[in-house]
Design a protein around this ligand. Sequence first.
Ligand SMILES: [Cu+2]
Length: 494
Amino acid sequence: MKNRRDFLRNTFGLGAGLAAAPRLFAAPTQASGESMDMEHMSQATQRSTRIVSVETPDVPQLPWRMAGGAKEFQLVAEPVKQELMPGKIVNLWGYNGRAPGPTIQVNQGDRVRIVVDNHLPEATSMHWHGFEVPSEMDGAPGSSQDAIPPGGRFVYEFTLHQEGTYFYHSHMAMQEMMGMIGAFIMHPKEPYKPRADRDFAIILQEYAILPNITVPNSMNMEFNWLAFNGKSGPANTPLIVRHGERVRIRLINLGMDHHPIHLHGHQFVVTGTEGGRQPESTWGPGNTVLVGVAQSRDVEFVANNPGDWMLHCHLPHHMMNQMSSMVGPMSRRRDGTPGGLDMERGMGMLRQGSATSEENGPSLGRGMGVGSTAEQRVSNSPLKARNPLQHQDMPGMQRGMQMGEPEGSKDANSVPGFPQDAFMEGSMMAMDRMVDKPENFGLRPGWSGFMAGMMTFVRVLPPDKYDQIMELRKKQEGNKPMKMDMPGMEHKHE
Ligand SMILES: [Cu+2]
């Protein structure tokens, strides 16, 4: 980009996208198959009259059917197993088999009915965050309705006059921390100007899942698993865009932490909040947007810089997986270091005192595991020149884990502070093949060793590479049964 004028033209949308949107949101109709027909329409017509469907990488769309004059959706609140990354399967609570739950997309003005069934072992309630609906449909347990008992059902129905990036979530605080949220996109009657060629949504979540347990500790404030759409890097699916397209990314946060989300290689403008579209007069350039708890932020930019660009939370602890404080230095320090509390107390099962007491507070959740105590010094395990796991016959190797030489200097173990990360992020931890998928095709070998936590790519691709990945995606989808071919499903993958 040569100058500020170019910047304004590109970012504020006076520049045009190079390609027609690959997926269309069939705004005025609901017949399934409609979106296929529309793909044959001329690009010009598409661009002027159609709004692109929102893609939620790694999260399915929730299908609907017309019933009694409303778009009817079904959500089941239930315990789910979610694979954060290969081999890391955790027990969360979510909707329709996953956390976050499926994405709902409707049009401004729609009459919507959502049937919520509670398959949890306790009561729940569904809140429609930011919706201007009658109070008895607000989902606030106790005040606007009775909580939905286990095995119970509540039918929500309302007409939506708003537009923007909204979400649904359980209104039980601890259930929120177990994953119970989903995106709810309201497409505007009149397409936003400038029109986006690609539209993505990402839900930000964090969990404290201590070693040797699969259930988040919703009391713990030290989060060690950070996820975009229920996947931690490098397991999440990159956002694939064509060079020159105008891109919108909708970021949604409902957890215990705020997340400064940073995009490499581009400047963007914030065009919307959890309250809908912002007036253009408020847009100013940036590359990091703080998405606070209970907020959503829409950012838009023209993907004018080809490359594989990181999109990530910039809190350092949120760029890690299985983050356990001090485990690195603990395990390598020559003089030994306190091992932390034992497993039981580390998980917050207190025997005495409160969680925030002087004795317990600093150590909660930080234990090294079975057998370690706060009194015991932990011995060192010097960095080996060659990793013992480097055997081709290990199951991980067969699944594509690449254990290379550790990248430390010869005297690394004598340097105070080394290593800062328990796992030493780097090519040693690469697992390219383990997370292989069309969207990762062509990334630099070893890329996955540097992706963790709330981290993914926006891949701005020249047309030939873009087409190649779309071709691979099509092939892959041809090889497995369609997951989402239910009636009323208006979003089709290419
Ligand atoms: Cu963060």
